[in-house]
Design a protein. Structure first.
Length: 84
């Protein structure tokens, strides 16, 4: 779980928050509702998750309920990988 969180955190910092301190982005930081991710960046995140972790994120999963924090993203990735 920790590995997934670090990979996702690194991607978000690199792609959407360049220059931000890594400790500022926690597993509970709101990404969509906090304005870090908009619709285009959320799509980029979904593509990254699918390619990096070999999962498929369904359209209904690409929103606040599943992608609003790194913690939620980790949970989704783990669920998808264990279901495969």
């Amino acid at each position: 779980m920790e590995d997934i969180a670090k990979v996702v955190q690194h991607f978000i910092l690199q792609e959407f928050l360049p220059g931000e301190e890594p400790h500022e982005l926690t597993t509970r930081t709101p990404l969509i509702t906090g304005g870090v991710l908009d619709s285009i960046s959320t799509l980029k995140l979904v593509v990254f998750l699918e390619e990096r972790f070999g999962i498929t994120v369904e359209a209904y999963e690409a929103g606040v309920e599943h992608l609003d924090s790194i913690g939620q993203i980790v949970k989704l990735v783990i669920e998808k990988k264990s279901a495969a």
